[in-house]
Write a protein that binds this ligand. Structure first.
Ligand SMILES: Nc1ncnc2c1ncn2[C@@H]1O[C@H](COP(=O)(O)OP(=O)(O)OP(=O)(O)O)[C@@H](O)[C@H]1O
Ligand SMILES: [Mg+2]
Length: 248
């Protein structure tokens, strides 16, 4: 992949669950540096689309290319290599509560570590400049040796973002990462997510159009599993948003 090539390219993607069609006819290309807000009512298909984009849900139709690699042609090892370059955050933070914060942050590097290195890091509880810098960036420099379960919900969320920062992904996919946060914390988290990749490339599902306007460059609106809106953020008006959230 050369810089400027799309990081994601979906053609005619369809996702069926039994008789239910969650996504259909999705054509979507995302370039480096774009910050795409996925908007749409509950059930519109945002989470399903993010799972397809991250390679964890092979679509039932159409093609997906991630970072220049066609997913359908990848073997398991190739898929894992592609997924190492994608940072994901969801509402479920997937932290191990009983261990120290530094171990949860180090999980972001596991894809690049061999088993011996991972086990040594776990056994020694030793921190290092990468972990410390990531925790400083999220305002948790003091928490490196804390047990994760002692932290508040918002602090745990920032641990998950520190884990993403040490992963050094090329693309971040985030499913409603700020839905449970107060407005100033939400703005802070969205800013951090864009610093996680060299180009700031981000696809994020949001339930707050105002945050999309302030933090993203492009809005993709889903309705009934189809893309019904795809515009630069400056061109999105209240009428577009009203259409998106009215029942089909
Ligand atoms: N594993 C599954 N099995 C069956 N149906 C599913 C599955 N996952 C999603 N769906 C269906 O696909 C549709 C889209 O769901 P999805 O979770 O993607 O919506 P969403 O836009 O993320 O909604 P929300 O804003 O509530 O998170 C829904 O009708 C949902 O019931
Ligand atoms: Mg969802």
């Amino acid at each position: 992949m050369t810089s400027g090539d799309p990081v994601l390219r979906l053609c005619g993607v369809e996702q069926r669950f039994g008789l239910r069609t969650a996504l259909s006819g999705i054509d979507l290309t995302v370039h480096p540096g774009e910050r795409v807000a996925l908007l749409g009512a509950s059930g519109a298909g945002k989470s399903t689309l993010l799972s397809v984009l991250g390679g964890s849900l092979p679509p039932t139709g159409g093609t997906v290319e991630i970072l220049g690699m066609p997913l359908a042609g990848l073997r398991a090892a190739g898929l894992r290599a592609a997924q190492r370059r994608i940072g994901t955050v969801g509402q479920r933070l997937d932290l191990v509560e009983q261990v120290r914060v530094l171990h949860n942050v180090n999980v972001g590097r596991l894809g690049r570590w061999n088993t011996a290195r991972a086990l040594t890091a776990l056994a020694l509880s030793r921190t290092d400049p990468t972990v410390e810098a990531a925790l400083e960036a999220v305002g948790l420099g003091w928490a490196v040796h804390e047990r994760t379960e002692r932290l508040s919900g918002g602090e745990r969320q920032r641990v998950a973002i520190a884990r993403l920062l040490v992963q050094e992904p090329d693309l971040v996919l985030a499913d409603e990462p700020v839905s449970s946060l107060d407005p100033s914390r939400a703005a802070e988290v969205l800013d951090l997510l864009r610093t996680a990749t060299p180009d700031g490339t981000l696809v994020v599902s949001l339930h707050q159009p105002d945050l999309a306007r302030r933090h993203c460059t492009r809005v993709v609106g889903l309705r009934g599993g189809q893309v019904v809106l795809d515009l630069p953020v400056a061109e999105v008006d209240d009428r577009h948003l009203a259409d998106l959230y009215t029942a089909a």
